[in-house]
Design a protein around this ligand. Structure first.
Ligand SMILES: *Cc1c(COP(=O)(O)O)cnc(C)c1O
Length: 365
């Protein structure tokens, strides 16, 4: 029999794959704005690296990830012993749970936080303390309430998980609030700051994570190549932390968790600053335009510094989701995130966004 934590676990439901919908509805033209993938595709540098890859696939990967770690360390101004590589950043979240959680311990998360946090926590037998989010009428509607999260931390709290910007809300935590939180969290509790969407946040409001990493021995920052780098299928992410924490994470890491091709392509993508700037520019413009169009139709949008917008449909969003699906438009319903009237739509390219709005208009006609 599985342990009690597994009994309570709800399986993660990913954005509906395009091929599934094609099979189910016999549709040929489908637009997927459901998994916060980059509408510009994959970094061309990564794409070229893949096409030219001539590494030895019969050999095991470099389990220490020497090349990519050196590049990441240089990029961030950290030492390689502060890095933990993951098969996607979800892998780093899982390593964190395996090291710092377990039966008798708990993880503190916010309501409307990323679904992977409770999954990895319960999977190792820990309890999850979900803290109510900020009020819908707050300055940061549905955002994380760090005072309440701090108050929820007890002697058995191994980890606090939070994302800024957060998925699925798009909300973020301002730097002063975060710094104050880090100052007051007990040193025995690890704080995970998930920055899957950091590149999309306006530069001026990026938190000084390097200063914080130097200051807080209990901080883990996670990054991914699945979102802006457009490498979701290859699975590559990493954690930044103190060497002490990275050492723990690496003890439980599967020896060859990251594959050779992913590391090779990530190395190329890391230098593709042109693609990153182009992706940021496209997202910033299209997000503003999409938010304007949704607001003009009377939908309340949550503030977003990410590459998606979450908005209130004013009715059971599962019905809207289904009606959109029938038109070949895949977005994300959020009932499992305690937001039964909201939909999350990834900011696509201009044409995809127009098609989404047109499909939405037929549902609300
Ligand atoms: C997409 C996402 C991730 C990234 O997952 P990968 O495993 O790196 O693909 C991590 N955290 C949040 C909040 C996300 O939305």
């Amino acid at each position: 029999m599985p342990h009690a934590g597994i009994e309570r676990l709800k399986t993660y439901v990913p954005g509906k794959p395009i091929e599934d919908l094609k099979r189910e509805l016999g549709l040929s033209s489908i637009i997927k704005l459901a998994s916060n993938e980059n509408p510009l595709g994959t970094s061309p540098a990564a794409q070229a690296a893949l096409a030219n890859f001539d590494g030895a696939l019969y050999r095991y990967p470099d389990g220490a990830g020497y090349e990519i770690k050196s590049a990441l360390a240089a990029r961030h101004g950290v030492t390689t012993d502060q890095l933990t590589l993951g098969n996607g950043s979800d892998d780093v979240l899982e390593l964190t749970a395996r090291v710092f959680l377990g039966p008798g311990r708990n993880a503190v998360v916010s309501q409307h936080a990323f679904a992977v946090y409770p999954i990895v926590s319960q999977a190792v037998g820990a309890e999850v303390r979900e803290v109510p989010a900020l009020d819908p009428a707050a300055d940061m509607p549905y955002g994380h309430d760090l005072e309440a999260m701090l108050a929820a931390i007890g002697p058995d709290t191994g980890v606090v998980f939070m994302a800024s910007p957060n998925n699925p809300t798009g909300t973020w935590i301002d730097n002063d609030t975060l710094a104050d939180f880090l100052d007051r969290v007990p040193a025995t509790t690890v704080v995970v700051l998930d920055q899957a969407y950091i590149e999309y946040q306006s530069g001026a409001s990026h938190p000084p994570v390097l200063d914080w990493l130097a200051r807080y021995d209990n901080l883990i920052v996670t990054r991914t190549f699945s979102k802006i780098y457009g490498m979701a299928a290859l699975r590559f992410g990493y954690g930044l932390s103190s060497p002490r924490i990275a050492d723990f994470l690496n003890r439980v890491r599967a020896p060859f968790n990251v594959n050779t091709v992913a590391m090779h392509c990530a190395r190329a993508a890391l230098d593709d600053s042109e693609f990153i700037s182009r992706s940021v520019a496209s997202n910033t413009a299209e997000r503003a335009s999409l938010a304007r169009e949704l607001a003009a139709r009377g939908f309340a949008c949550l503030p977003s510094e990410a590459n998606f917008i979450t908005f209130d449909t004013g009715r059971d969003a599962a019905e809207v989701f289904d009606a959109l699906l029938r038109q070949g438009m895949i977005v994300r319903p959020l009932a499992s995130y305690d937001l039964p009237q909201h939909l999350r739509v990834t900011v696509g390219g201009a044409e995809e966004n127009q098609a989404f709005l047109a499909a939405l208009d037929t549902v609300f006609a």
